[in-house]
Design a binder for this molecule. Structure first.
Ligand SMILES: Cc1cc2nc3c(=O)[nH]c(=O)nc-3n(C[C@H](O)[C@H](O)[C@H](O)COP(=O)(O)OP(=O)(O)OC[C@H]3O[C@@H](n4cnc5c(N)ncnc54)[C@H](O)[C@@H]3O)c2cc1C
Length: 346
């Protein structure tokens, strides 16, 4: 039997989590599906230990802490999570509702869908050079969860984007040695980070290398490092205990691309009034959507989630007049949030 609900949110990143909150304020309960085993989207998966500086009212907050705080904030609305399963099928039924199916066979019969799927199905670009298959996720890693594990190690960081540079700056004084390998001389990362990295290279605190990974080196079944070819085709052996790869995520919309929605440059087009897609009843918030002026920031996802919640409310009950209520003063909001205010408190 499918689970019958008013709304299914696809994606448990910051946008999907805050979507639960905004729906909850309007008394709409949500089911949340994520292909990852854990909650938090990019924040939890790609940079849990990094500080974020542009979340309103938090001069600085760790990415995992942000996820934890969001979970705390949405707890009163008791969302139901379905983790470790990707949404693979979405179809409108004859009665106008949606049939949604996940990779593990969970079925939903839902009135609306909110796609908060970020970059699509999470797939870090993998090292595919000869020998890599034996060491992928053993000595060749695609994320850093515990920076302490790297202490005193010789490490290689692969990549030239923000993640590779941020981790280089963060780890250079914690590890025994750090070699940053990027295939080109130009970096995609913020110029300020590149400048800082170059200063570390000048001081001999980071080794910078440009080239392509040709082979993963091993001896007696043990990982040893990488063989890298420079621009002239000369190969160099670079030894390390571990390699950390930040080549980005391959933006793979996966099944989302086949649901008949208007898609522009691999993102789902939405209106900016309620962040509805070309298909009434299907909304999209966060990094997955596009509209004129879109900026892929957590902040943008939060704003979009607020307006999408009102859009869902209107879609579910077009005749109901919904008034904006302040969480500060509205007794209805307090009831929904489970807030108990001291007597006489105005
Ligand atoms: C290193 C780094 C630093 C960053 N720093 C900042 C910063 O300082 N400030 C800032 O505002 N932003 C920052 N960002 C960007 C920010 O993390 C993203 O804008 C944000 O995570 C987008 O949130 P989201 O919820 O839209 O998507 P995501 O966080 O990408 O979450 C989407 C979720 O959807 C799931 N999903 C996808 N497809 C499916 C499917 N078919 N079925 C089920 N689940 C699916 C994914 O598994 C994922 O968990 C940074 C990003 C990186 C990589």
């Amino acid at each position: 039997m499918p689970i019958t609900t008013d709304v299914v949110i696809i994606g448990a990143g910051p946008a999907g989590l805050f979507q639960v909150f905004e729906l909850g304020l309007l008394d709409i309960h949500a089911h949340v599906v994520d292909s990852l085993q854990k909650i938090g989207g990019q924040c939890g998966e790609l940079y849990p230990e990094k500080p974020i500086y542009d979340i309103p009212a938090y001069p600085v907050i760790g990415a995992q802490e942000l996820v934890d705080r969001l979970m705390e904030q949405i707890a009163p609305f008791e969302p139901q999570f379905h983790l470790g399963q990707a949404v693979t099928e979405l179809q409108r039924k004859d009665d106008g509702r949606f049939a949604l199916v996940t990779s593990t066979g969970t079925e939903f019969d839902t009135a609306t869908v909110i796609i908060a799927a970020g970059l699509g199905a999470f797939e870090p670009r993998k090292v595919r050079a000869p020998g890599a298959a034996d060491f992928n996720n053993r000595n060749i890693h695609y994320r850093i969860t515990e920076a302490e594990e790297l202490l005193q190690k010789d490490i290689i960081i692969l990549g030239g984007g923000d993640s590779a540079l941020d981790w280089t700056l963060e780890l250079h004084d914690k590890v025994n040695s750090l070699t940053l390998i990027h295939r080109r001389v130009e970096y995609r990362a913020q110029p300020a980070s590149v400048k800082k990295m170059k200063a570390l290279v000048k001081k001999g605190l980071v080794r910078e290398f440009h080239g392509m990974v040709r082979e993963v080196l091993s001896a007696n079944g043990k990982y040893r490092g990488l063989c890298v070819a420079d621009a002239d085709g000369n190969t160099h052996e670079i030894e390390s205990d571990d390699t950390y790869v930040f080549w980005g995520l391959s933006p793979n919309l996966g099944p989302l691309a086949e649901w008949g929605l208007d898609i522009e440059k691999r993102q789902i087009s939405v209106d900016t009034e309620q962040f509805q897609t070309s298909e009434p009843g299907i909304f999209a918030v966060g990094d997955i959507n596009t509209y004129p002026g879109k900026k892929k920031l957590i902040l943008s996802g939060f704003h979009e989630a607020a307006l999408a919640a009102f859009g869902v409310q209107k879609y579910l009950d077009p005749d109901k007049r919904v008034f904006l209520q302040y969480t500060t003063t509205s007794p209805i909001m307090h009831k929904r949030l489970g807030v108990v205010r001291p007597q006489g408190d105005k």
